[in-house]
Design a protein around this ligand. Structure first.
Ligand SMILES: [Zn+2]
Ligand SMILES: [Zn+2]
Length: 776
């Protein structure tokens, strides 16, 4: 098979099937090797792998494969398929609206749909070469996960860590559910900053706002006690325009005299500030909004809030109540899943108390090794900025039910026994032990983070607790430090009083032409197409091109470079074994050049090992790749060629040994990044002599002691390169014979490798003197 006709897709398929059949990545609980456990991120089932997945999963797989060559790796695989994204997928695929179906019917449809789409979805990960043990599989909605998640709820409830509270909660009117602070995204909007005429005792009291639609929800006016303009107004009443009712004017330090007119309206609820203000003064909220984002009052009943804003502005204009208007661009909180501006609505929600644990959570963060280090700051900043407890209930159909009943009469909360889990309160009737009357089942479900924050507990249970917390590694993206990483640390602290993992590696994003990928904007790359065109190994080669944590631009030229390396590996191996034929490795007296080369190889092993140990796979890849092209192909192969063809027995054997051993070492160093081509070469040429049934089960190469002089190999390479330059200058082919003159000192240094130097430079003679290449 010629190198350029290599059928990489066929090679990929062949080895992926072989790995699966031979259970190459199966976790062995009885292994004597040290265990390295990975808390694999469960991708959200959404149809297809995207290139961001390919990028970050390749990076974590580099580490998994590296570790597997010296440890017993626990690398389970799961999918995250409860919560909003899955609900949306199921709605889309089946053309239904969850809100129009019963919970049971919708959940049945979800499970049925997942059964259909999950295997195809997971295949994308297998094709990428992700070396997980796919038999240790979980879904965040399966019975095991439900049980653990509900048990976590019950344990925390009993520990008085969970409470239910009717409270203005962050609400998405589009998804119609409460959401957590961590699900907010900043989005820049253009708004009108309007100054509106309120009045007080017949005097005008102008107030500036970007949300005139909240005028009917106004419950107070705040002024700063140090603001001389308003010093007399405190304690009086202000009249609200258009809606014609009165609200108290309150002097409060939180009012910013510099902003707008210095007087501000407090509404129920414009933002976090309003929530806080209304609570502090125990003001009676005026709730004007329905859960679907329409208004519930007067002429505006049933109209979406954005429309109401337009209408109210029109009304205000008509009544001449706007004194000033300017366009401003300001940042608004939107729901990260749908981009809708969020509202605050009072609802009964369940919370996990975390605000009192900030200090401890900061301490936990310090116990974890963050790779790269600077990502730790993001975790700390998030905790320092936390203002809310963790809201864990969601008003959706699909998801893990909150395992609670509440007595309508005496409000007693009734929990199921642990043995009853998993349980759906809608399906089981419970009586109040005091009133003996039927209790009402909780209809809300748990937010998906409440479950995925338990992945270490979930996966550990899959193998009967053989893996203990803390795990060795959590790999994940930087966008979910404040959610997945944070919540997992919270749960491990509350349940185990431990950190969940010793290391966390954080991947960056993929960009295209410097822009964030976005399917809707047409800025995206389909990894399946990339794999088809360039192969998985080439895609992984590209993914190894950026330092951990850095964003990486998708560049076709990197895929091309990856494919070239694959071809070069294949061709170089073919060349080596064309000459080695049925060589069986055996101890040999080594020639000086071979010793020198092997000593360079040992340095490479050391530096790749150090890099991988620091999660710097990109450095390891760069150095192994560079060594292979420059040291192995361009120089060493050229140096030993003649010895391999025409040498005596001793010369040949030393070269054979060195070729066999060095190529195998290079393949092992590259195997974590390019698992398919290295397996292909290993199986074709090495398997018959080596005991492991896959290169990925081989021992990671160790540094080796070889007695040789420092810097001589380097001098040899430099001399060869100078001769090549001279021949190029003289426009002669490289195989032209010459007489080479080198300095006396260099002649002395190179005397042990003189024969090989003659061979590679085609020198008929090497003399002492000023450097010179005479073509003969
Ligand atoms: Zn939403
Ligand atoms: Zn009761």
């Amino acid at each position: 098979m010629a190198g350029n006709n290599l059928d990489l897709n066929q090679i990929q398929e062949k080895w992926q099937k072989y790995w699966e059949k031979e259970e190459i990545y199966k976790f062995n609980p009885n292994s004597k090797k040290p265990t390295y456990s990975i808390d694999t991120p469960p991708p959200t089932v959404s149809g297809e792998m995207h290139v961001g997945h390919a990028f970050s999963y390749a990076q974590q797989d580099f580490i998994a494969r590296y570790k597997r060559m010296s440890a017993n790796v626990f690398y389970p695989f799961g999918t995250d398929d409860n919560g909003l994204p899955t609900e949306r997928l199921v709605e889309r695929l089946n053309n239904v609206r969850s809100k129009e179906m019963s919970r049971k019917k919708f959940i049945d449809l979800c499970l049925k749909t997942l059964k259909k789409v999950t295997p195809g979805f997971v295949q994308d990960w297998k094709s990428l070469g992700v070396s997980a043990d796919y038999n240790i599989f979980y879904s965040t909605i399966d019975r095991n996960s439900q049980r653990i998640s509900q048990k976590s709820f019950i344990d925390l409830y009993n520990a008085k860590r969970i409470y239910k509270k009717g409270f203005p909660t962050i609400w998405c009117p589009e998804c119609q559910t409460a959401i957590a602070q961590a699900e907010l995204e900043d989005k820049e909007f253009l708004s009108q900053f309007l100054t509106i005429k309120f009045s007080c005792g017949g005097e005008s009291l102008p107030i500036a706002t970007t949300r005139p639609e909240l005028i009917p929800a106004c419950v107070a006016i705040f002024v700063n006690p140090n603001d001389k303009r308003y010093v007399n107004l405190s304690g009086k009443k202000a009249r609200v325009p258009l809606f014609d009712f009165e609200v108290p004017i309150i002097a409060d330090e939180s009012a910013d005299s510099e902003k707008g007119t210095g007087a501000m309206m407090v509404c129920s609820y414009g933002d976090k500030f309003d929530v806080d203000a209304i609570n502090r003064y125990k003001l009676e909220p005026k709730i004007i909004l329905n859960f679907d984002g329409t208004l519930k009052i007067g002429d505006y009943k049933g109209i979406k809030i954005k429309e109401v804003r337009k209408k109210i502005i029109e009304e205000l204009k008509k009544e001449n109540l706007i004194t000033d208007s300017k366009s401003i661009s300001h940042v608004v909180n939107v729901h990260d899943k749908c981009g809708t501006e969020i509202e605050f609505l009072p609802t009964d929600q369940w919370f996990i108390k975390i605000l009192d644990k900030k200090k401890e959570l900061l301490v936990q963060g310090k116990k974890i090794n963050w790779h790269p280090k600077y990502m730790h700051k993001r975790y700390e900043n998030w905790i320092k900025g936390l203002e809310w407890d963790w809201s864990i209930s969601r008003d959706r159909h699909f998801g893990i039910p909150i395992p609670v009943w509440e007595c309508i009469n005496c409000k007693k909360i009734i929990l199921p026994g642990i043995k009853e889990l998993p349980i759906d309160p809608l399906e089981v009737k419970k009586k109040c032990p005091i009133c003996k009357k039927l209790a009402a089942p909780e209809i809300q479900v748990l937010d998906t983070w409440a479950t995925s924050s338990l992945t270490p507990q979930i996966t550990s249970l899959l193998i009967k607790d053989k893996i203990k917390i803390p795990y060795s590694l959590r790999p994940q993206g930087h966008d979910i430090i404040r959610t997945w990483a944070f919540y997992t640390i919270v749960k491990s602290l509350l349940h185990e009083n431990k950190i969940p993992w010793k290391n966390i590696m954080i991947s960056g994003f993929v960009t295209l032409g410097g822009h964030k990928m976005s399917k809707s904007k047409g800025i995206s790359v389909n990894p399946k197409e990339v794999i088809e065109k360039y192969s998985s190994d080439a895609l992984r080669y590209w993914a190894a091109g950026s330092k951990l944590g850095n964003d990486l631009d998708y560049q076709e030229k990197e895929l091309i470079a990856g494919k070239k390396t694959i071809t070069k590996l294949f061709n170089a191996s073919r060349f080596v074994f064309m000459n080695l034929k049925n060589y069986k490795p055996k101890k040999t007296v080594l020639m000086e050049t071979d010793k020198l080369f092997l000593s360079e190889l040992s340095k490479l092993v050391k530096s790749c090992t150090d890099a991988f140990d620091k999660y710097e796979y990109s450095k390891a890849k760069f150095e192994a790749d560079n060594f292979f092209w420059k040291m192995f192909c361009d120089n060493y192969l050229e140096i030993v060629k003649k010895r391999v063809y025409n040498g005596n027995k001793k010369e040949k054997e030393s070269a054979f040994y060195t070729l066999y051993f060095s190529l195998l070492t290079i393949l092992k160093l590259i195997a974590p990044v390019m698992p398919f081509i290295t397996e292909e070469i290993y199986q074709t040429y090495y398997r018959k002599n080596e005991k492991e049934k896959s290169i990925h089960l081989c021992e990671w190469p160790k540094e080796f002691e070889i007695k040789s002089k420092e810097n001589i190999f380097d001098l040899m390479i430099r001399t060869i390169s100078k001769v090549r330059q001279e021949k190029t200058k003289a426009q002669k082919p490289m195989n032209f014979e010459c007489i080479l003159t080198i300095s006396k000192g260099e002649f002395e240094d190179l005397k042990d490798v003189m024969e090989d130097l003659k061979n590679v430079t085609n020198a008929v003679e090497i003399k002492k003197g000023d450097f010179k290449v005479e073509i003969v």
